[in-house]
Design a protein around this ligand. Structure first.
Ligand code: XMP
Length: 506
């Protein structure tokens, strides 16, 4: 495997994704964690918001690292290697951000540039520049403005590159990473979805043995793939609990429950909608709503779990970004919305936790799902928040508001499916707004509620842009909602990106 040592760059996750796309397994570790060299074939040092000249710049024990495995320093990683071994890094007026052209004439024979086109576009993002290389390093590439863009050591497999090979705009970046992984580190492209599924089933069987496991299903792709892997590994010893919190999409509880039965999963469906609505009465503040929904879920789940005799494990669909977030260089990231940081059990639950997807990114979860034969309707389902429509109803959540939103949302989502737009959108949803406005229908004055439609494109939910859905489609949906859902007389479309907005309202 490959380790990526994280110095806090916004691109660190992207390096990991590229490496895994090349079918090599890698992990991200914060720079202050001890390194486990077992089965380690190479290390990549990430970028950082720090300058290597800052007094509190993050550091690692480079001597040990370069002694043990091949190293690739990216941006800060490269500057750190250069400075630590006697070179010079300065803040000159040669700041480079964005596009640059890579001139590899100086190092055309370097293994890093095998099959890499010369004069390719690379993406820079640095304020400091390596003005002098250490004695043991040889310059292998430059750009118009910067002399030392890439270097390699004369006596060891240590490389530094100033630009970001992991970003899409560095056109030959992936090839350069591949050369490092396959030619320098001698990795083999063995990290495939099939291999993961097989290996993880084996590990789950060993870990769990004949114990009983319970898992909370949500209808989403993560918990479903986790359940399927466990089902394949331990069969009938897995019991799944699917709670209807009354805040699911229209008819979702019954349709999804049926789909689960088709998959052969042993699922207990629990209709607790009244209990959730009761506990949400009178609450309008978003965080308080989330807490009420979260606490009710734990109550219901705990009650149901206790009915399953002899269960000693709780399985969760935690995925890698959740894990990285909770171990990030800057400490667990700030709680912006409380449910985002999943994981963690209430103290009174004494079950052991198993998380089969802990090392996967979302797109990898989908690929694993496909490789074990999960139907496309599960895999392509848009993300949906745990607290469901509860956070898409601004103001009080009550039965009438839920009904209104479910109806409007069903028209919108079915419309997207019918027009073939559903798969082009990363996530879509409808929000019930806490305003009423005057309308006119026939000769009647109406004074009713408004809904907002939201549709975004994204890859991971961290950043998102609003979808440019066709006007004709929006017009049709707006018409249908206002005509068919009594209580709604206005439809608006959200044209905000994230950041600065978020995907959900609330
Ligand atoms: P925001 O609104 O922060 O949402 O841009 C980013 C993504 O996270 C989803 N989301 C949640 N998912 N539990 C979840 O499982 C939650 O409490 C939750 N809140 C937001 C949101 O739907 C979007 O995909």
């Amino acid at each position: 495997k490959i380790l990526i040592i994280d110095f806090g760059s916004q691109y660190t996750q992207l390096i990991a994704r590229r490496v895994r796309e090349l079918e090599v397994y890698c992990e991200i570790v914060p720079y202050f964690k001890e390194i486990d060299y077992t089965d380690l074939l190479g290390i990549i040092l990430s970028g950082s918001p720090y300058s290597v000249n800052d007094t509190d710049a993050p550091k690692v024990h480079l001597e040990t690292i370069v002694e043990k495995v091949p190293v690739l320093g990216v941006c800060y990683g490269a500057q750190y290697l250069a400075k630590h071994y006697g070179g010079k890094v300065e803040n000159t007026d040669k700041r480079e951000y964005g596009r640059a052209i890579l001139d590899t004439t100086a190092g055309a024979e370097s293994v890093l540039f095998k099959d890499v086109l010369d004069n390719s576009q690379v993406w820079m993002s640095h304020g400091d520049t390596i003005t002098e290389l250490p004695p043991k390093a040889k310059r292998i590439a430059g750009s118009k403005d910067v002399m030392n863009v890439c270097f390699e050591w004369k006596d060891k497999p240590v490389y530094g590159i100033q630009f970001h090979p992991e970003v899409y705009h560095s056109t030959e970046g992936k090839k350069i990473l591949a050369n490092f992984l396959f030619d320098v580190c001698k990795c083999k492209p063995e990290w495939t979805s099939e291999a993961f599924a097989e290996e993880s089933e084996k590990q789950l069987r060993e870990k769990i043995g004949d114990d009983k496991v319970i898992l909370g299903l949500s209808g989403g792709v993560d918990s479903t793939v986790a359940a399927m892997l466990l089902h394949r590994a331990i069969g009938k010893n897995l019991t799944c609990i699917f709670v209807d919190n009354g805040l699911l999409r229209k008819d979702e509880f019954t349709t999804v429950l049926k789909d689960y039965e088709v998959l052969g999963l042993n699922v207990i469906g629990v209709d607790a909608s009244d209990e959730f609505l009761e506990n949400l009465k009178g609450i309008t503040e978003p965080e308080a709503k989330r807490k009420a929904i979260g606490n009710t879920f734990i109550d219901v789940f705990d009650r149901e779990a206790k009915k399953i005799e002899g269960a000693t494990w709780l399985a969760q669909g935690t995925i890698y970004p959740d894990v990285i977030e909770s171990q990030s260089v800057n400490g667990p990231s700030k709680t912006i919305k409380s449910h985002h940081n999943v994981g963690g059990l209430p103290d009174f639950m004494t079950l052991k936790v198993v998380e089969p997807l802990r090392i996967l990114f979302k797109d990898e979860v989908r690929r694993v799902g496909r490789s074990i034969g999960l139907p496309e309707n599960f895999i392509k389902r848009h993300p949906f928040p745990g607290p469901g429509l509860g956070i898409r109803i601004l103001g009080e959540v009550n039965a009438e508001n839920v009904r209104l939103l479910q109806e409007a949302d069903a028209i919108y989502i079915n419309g997207l499916i019918e027009e073939g737009l559903y798969d082009e959108v990363w996530q879509a949803g409808t929000i019930l707004l806490p305003v009423q406005s005057v309308g006119v229908m026939g000769d009647e004055r109406t004074y009713e509620k408004a809904v907002a439609l939201r549709a975004v494109t994204s890859t991971d939910g961290m950043t998102a842009d609003w979808c440019h859905l066709p006007y004709e489609f929006l017009a049709k949906v707006s018409n249908q909602i206002i005509n068919q859902v009594r209580g709604i007389n206005r439809v608006v479309y959200d044209i905000s990106s994230k950041p600065p907005a978020t995907i959900e309202w609330e």
